[in-house]
Write a protein that binds this ligand. Structure first.
Ligand code: HEC
Ligand code: HEC
Length: 273
């Protein structure tokens, strides 16, 4: 299976070809959300579109977040289908990194770049903390078709990794329950399969980058398309555990029980306290 590259930009048809079904759905969802967002975005963009930095002390946060929730769903809890990622309840430092990444182009997405450009680092940190503090129930996972072989491979990668390929288990960094690990590793459950696949594809093509050490780029390079597809499909099919909050930084588990390579050990380090 061909892994799509990251970002809604994949919704564009290359040379007039019809995009795959998931991408068409995603494009429709984004277009509808964008209409809603445009109304709310006025609140985020500075008047007249100038790039003056918005001061959160003067501008109350609440009204501005309407631009975000127009796309990311009420309170940032986008559904498990379609393409849009949930942002509610993810570690604050992870969200903050992503807002910086969109603003600075390490993740390409023009609609969010435009919204974030006028905002200072402090403002982005406040937005990140706002969404991180949401502890809201998750919907059931979307139905995902998985052959038994693919299910087995996806689960093995998530729980055990592939020592032969030098790939650690996803649980090592994303928490034993895969709900994330503080300070800055996101949960992998409750996200649409198309979104997960596009992110992994984005690391493969270099379209998505993280602050160094960019461990995901390293991991994705070691896995083939079929493995990425199996991991994304298996993850998308898992129900959330009752406690879906990220694991604490010092949680016992696979990450604590075996030493990681020095660069991998720094993965998910916070850029903010
Ligand atoms: C026009 C729709 C739209 C608007 C408005 C929007 N987003 Fe997004 N957002 C997206 C899409 C689509 C993605 C996934 C992009 C990709 O594929 O990398 C995304 C990704 C993200 C991510 C990364 C999630 C993750 O798990 O890595 C964060 C964080 C985020 N948005 C926060 C915000 C905030 C905060 C705002 C308001 C300032 C906002 N977004 C406004 C559509 C939108
Ligand atoms: C060595 C640590 C480490 C391991 C092992 C690891 N990850 Fe990650 N992963 C991270 C970090 C750190 C991030 C956040 C990167 C960033 O800030 O953009 C991340 C982000 C992700 C994201 C983006 C989530 C989102 O909301 O956009 C996906 C998808 C992902 N990892 C999948 C996997 C899968 C699948 C595996 C197992 C095959 C895995 N990861 C193993 C550290 C790791």
């Amino acid at each position: 299976m061909k892994v799509p590259s990251a970002g809604p930009r994949t919704a564009r048809t290359a040379r007039g070809q019809a995009p795959p079904r998931g991408v068409r759905r995603r494009a429709a969802a984004c277009a509808a959300a964008l209409l809603l967002a445009q109304a709310a975005a006025g609140a985020l963009a500075s008047p007249g579109g100038t790039a003056s930095v918005v001061d959160p002390a003067i501008d109350p946060l609440g009204a501005r977040l309407a631009a975000c929730t127009a796309c990311h769903g009420p309170q940032g809890r986008a559904s498990s289908a379609g393409y849009l990622p949930r942002i509610a309840g993810k570690p604050a430092a992870y969200l903050y990194h992503q807002l910086l990444n969109f603003r600075e182009g390490r993740r390409p997405y023009a609609a969010m770049k435009r919204l974030l450009e006028p905002l200072s680092d402090d403002y982005l940190w406040q937005i990140a903390m706002h969404f991180a503090a949401q502890d809201l129930p998750y919907p059931a996972p979307a139905a995902v078709q998985l052959t038994p072989l693919r299910r087995q491979r996806g689960q093995a990668l998530a729980r055990d990794g592939d020592p032969g390929l030098g790939v650690p288990a996803c649980t090592r960094c994303h928490g034993e329950r895969l709900t994330g690990r503080l300070p800055a590793a996101p949960g992998l459950l409750g996200l649409p399969r198309d979104y997960l696949l596009a992110q992994l594809g984005g690391w493969r093509t270099g379209e998505r980058r993280a602050h160094a050490p960019d461990c995901m780029a390293d991991i994705v390079r070691r896995l083939g398309d079929a493995d990425l597809a199996a991991a994304a499909a298996w993850l998308a099919a898992q129900p959330l555990p009752a406690d879906a909050r990220p694991a604490p930084a010092n949680a016992a588990g696979p990450a604590a029980s075996a030493p990681l390579r020095p660069t991998l050990a720094d993965c998910g380090a916070a850029r903010r306290p």
